[in-house]
Design a protein around this ligand. Structure first.
Ligand SMILES: Nc1ncnc2c1ncn2[C@@H]1O[C@H](COP(=O)(O)OP(=O)(O)OP(=O)(O)O)[C@@H](O)[C@H]1O
Length: 751
């Protein structure tokens, strides 16, 4: 038995020997490096010349990780020439100068001091090597980057729709998307059947039709798992076409994030792969492998207490190695064969970049909820296809951005509209955004105007084209031909990540790049009137199936009296105006930085819920929404004990993409603070008294308000202080005036 001392001596000796070995290698390599020119070393596969640093970060164990690439400035291709650098090799990054330019060379070394900076370079270990994925400059990429105008649309003839119920704007959007050669956008205002339209589009593209002789392979992505599963569920419910087989679809994504619905789970790559014939073969190899390992260890099946020795053992290890290789190969084959069969692959934009889809290409990529995805995220699937179809609504909330831009920072420093930060809960809510361009008018000098002020016209200042302009004018406006617009297209760097690809394309190529769905299937016509007028140029109409539906048509609704039925169940829009009641807001948290709540408003909400539920409306048919997290907390503590968990209470942001029969909105803001706006920048103070604005913080964002007011199917109740809110922005002023003239206005204080 070795003593403790002997063990120590053994290890010490080993260390010494290893050190010596390393030094010898350093010496040998240094000799090579000092005697040979870098170019020669590169030819011998011992060095890579002319590298540039892509990034420096922290890697495993806190080590510095330096990423190097072959910049196109020095090389005609970024692909590395053949070399012998392998992960785990010691290497040195050295600067060397040629007559032309100073270049970097990575010289491999078989030994060297790790992480030790020397005069002539930095030494480390090769962590990973991979050839750079080179996106081919397709015509789609060129169009998206404003390098070429979109090609002329191919006329789509003899189109037979699978879904006979499609309205004409949906049919036109499909024709447009089928005929566009590189990119098409579908603008779907609330409840207009965006997903419905995309399902028809998938059916058209994956079927052989006169206009589409060859069925295409599609990648369908969404900004969220919810949107992907929504499409997947609808695709799975489709009947097989006459004389044909059912559409083959595969969902990529972590099983834990996929909707726990039997059909949906069945469509995941994991489940499909486990059921394939190839999977059974791979399993056989796995069993063989396990048996061989068992024999080697002397345990398991077939082992007789002792493992094999000598030559037999060596032979067995060779077998294990071969089996491992075979297993990996077959496992990869299983995934490939499932994906090869899939006509439609569904994934979030993020997960479409995963390993399973690395070598997969598609004819068309469709991105739903594209106005809620960062442009960079959209590019992940775009590289895999020849054609792109985006669907979304730039008039609803954009993707959540946590970082502040310069302009926001300025504002938050001055303490203005800080509630927008407080109430932004990216983790808890679906999407959020709080910057309103009207705040820019009130708080920023004119030169702060952004280079790419959104195409959606989300600015709602006095000069807001969507409010100031005659909606009739815009209806008459003919969409610019994107090909003509393309010849003058300018690719502007975005000033904020909130500018989505959808908006950027619209800005770059004009409205001709999109088609809008114009019939909504959600709201009573009175609920839809205001958003249609101010957000969608009065183009949004209400389908006859919903135009006059009311709470009283619900089977569970039952009022005690005729008067109650009229007052509660037959009124599509109610406005509880708290003006003059002094129901002031309260700041939760520190000073102006806090989120807002309003106790009196919460009492009015409770009173109205009592009435609704008393008239038979189920709490599960109602949602209470408010822009402020503090008000959500207050309302939850007040209402949950009475109406139970079925009643949904949340922020506006969390309700995007959803609907309820009845919606109660609590606007919260009620104060006497008046901000003075200087209408002219240079010393012209004469008008300032007429230009006051009340503090309404991020309530001003008209996209947030648009989401709030378009969630209700049959009944919308707004609770708020018109005297504060109307001074918040021109948009709010218009809304308050519209409510005053069109809603059933009730004065909260009097009741
Ligand atoms: N042509 C149509 N005929 C009948 N109903 C339709 C039609 N198009 C859409 N709908 C209905 O309208 C509702 C909304 O459709 P869908 O969910 O596709 O809309 P969306 O635009 O994706 O919704 P969101 O506003 O949530 O993004 C659904 O109930 C759908 O069945």
């Amino acid at each position: 038995m070795a003593s403790e001392e002997q063990l120590q001596a053994f290890i010490t000796r080993h260390r010494e020997l290893l050190k010596r070995e390393r030094e010898a290698e350093i010496e040998r390599t240094s000799l090579l490096l000092s005697n040979c020119a870098p170019k020669l070393l590169e030819q011998k596969g011992l060095a890579l010349c002319g590298l540039g640093t892509t990034s420096v970060g922290i890697g495993l164990g806190g080590k510095t990780l330096v990423e190097l690439e072959r910049p196109t400035a020095y090389h005609s291709t970024p692909v590395f020439p053949p070399h012998s650098l392998r992960p785990g090799d010691l290497a040195r990054i050295e600067e060397h100068t040629t007559s032309a330019a100073s270049k970097k060379t990575a010289k491999p070394k078989k030994a060297g001091a790790v992480d030790k900076a020397k005069d002539d370079g930095v030494e480390g270990v090769v962590y990973k090597k991979e050839d750079k994925f080179l996106p081919k400059m397709t015509s789609l990429i060129r169009v998206l980057m404003g390098m070429t105008a979109p090609s002329e649309r191919v006329p789509v003839k003899d189109l037979t729709f699978f879904d006979k119920s499609l309205n004409s704007s949906q049919q036109e959007a499909i024709r447009f998307a089928l005929g566009s050669q590189e990119v098409a956008c579908i603008h779907g205002p609330p409840g207009t059947g965006k997903t419905h339209t995309l399902i028809e589009l998938v059916r058209q593209l994956t079927s052989a039709t006169p206009s589409n002789p060859k069925p295409l392979r599609l990648l369908v992505c969404g900004a969220s798992n919810m949107s992907v599963d929504n499409i997947l569920e609808r695709l799975l419910a489709l009947p097989a076409p006459e004389g044909g087989a059912k559409l083959k679809v595969t969902r990529i994504g972590h099983p834990a994030r996929v909707m726990a619905h039997e059909n949906v789970i069945e469509a995941t790559l994991e489940v499909q792969a486990s059921r394939s014939d190839e999977a059974a073969l791979a399993k056989d190899v796995k069993n063989e492998l396990e048996t061989a390992l068992g024999v080697l260890s002397g345990k398991g099946k077939g082992a007789k207490g002792k493992g094999p020795r000598g030559l037999e053992r060596k032979k067995m290890w060779d077998e294990v190695r071969a089996l491992r290789k075979e297993y990996r190969h077959r496992e990869g084959g299983v995934v490939r064969s499932v994906l090869k069969d899939a006509q439609v692959v569904l994934a979030t934009c993020h997960s479409s970049g995963g390993r399973q889809l690395w070598s997969q290409n598609f004819d068309v990529v469709i991105i739903d909820e594209a106005t809620q995805a960062l442009e960079a995220v959209c590019w992940v699937p775009i590289f895999k296809a020849q054609k792109l179809i985006l669907a979304g609504d730039p008039m609803q909330l954009p993707p959540t951005i946590i970082s502040l831009d310069k302009h926001d920072k300025k504002k938050s420093k001055s303490g203005v509209s800080s509630d927008k930060l407080k109430d932004k809960k990216p983790a808890a809510t679906k999407a959020s955004k709080s910057k309103s361009s009207s705040e820019k008018v009130a708080e920023a000098p004119a030169e702060d105007a952004k280079p790419d002020e959104d195409a959606s016209g989300s600015s709602d200042e006095d000069g807001d084209p969507e409010i100031a302009a005659d909606p009739e004018e815009s209806v008459k406006a003919v969409p610019r031909d994107p090909r003509k617009a393309g010849s003058q297209a300018v690719l502007r760097p975005p000033s904020t990540l909130e500018t989505t690809l959808f908006e950027r394309l619209e800005k770059m190529y004009g409205p001709g790049i999109k088609r809008m769905l114009t019939v909504q299937y959600r709201m009573h016509k009175q609920i839809a009137t205001f958003p249609s007028k101010v957000m969608y140029h009065s183009k949004l109409t209400s389908h006859s199936s919903v135009a006059s539906h009311l709470l009283r048509d619900l089977p569970n609704a039952k009022a005690d009296s005729e008067e109650d039925e009229k007052e509660i169940l037959a009124t599509p829009v109610v406005f509880y105006d708290t003006a003059g009641c002094e129901y002031f807001e309260r700041v939760e948290g520190d000073g102006d930085e806090g989120s807002r709540c309003n106790e009196n408003e919460a009492s009015v909400v409770k009173m109205w819920l009592d009435q609704l539920v008393g008239a038979g409306v189920l709490p599960s048919q109602i949602a209470v929404i408010t822009p402020y997290q503090a008000q959500v907390t207050l309302l939850t503590s007040l209402l949950r004990p009475i109406f139970g968990a079925e009643l949904e209470i949340g922020t506006v942001d969390g309700m995007q993409g959803r609907e309820k029969e009845a919606i109660v909105i609590s606007l919260v803001r009620s104060n006497e603070k008046v901000r003075t706006v200087l209408p002219f920048r240079s010393g012209m103070f004469k008008n300032h008294i007429n230009c006051t604005q009340r503090e309404v913080g991020f309530l001003k964002d008209k996209r947030r308000l648009n989401v709030a007011m378009t969630r209700a199917r049959r009944h919308l109740c707004v609770v708020g202080d018109s005297s504060t809110v109307q001074h918040g922005s021109p948009f709010l002023k218009k809304w308050m005036a519209w409510l005053d003239a069109n809603a059933d206005v009730r004065y909260a204080g009097l009741e």
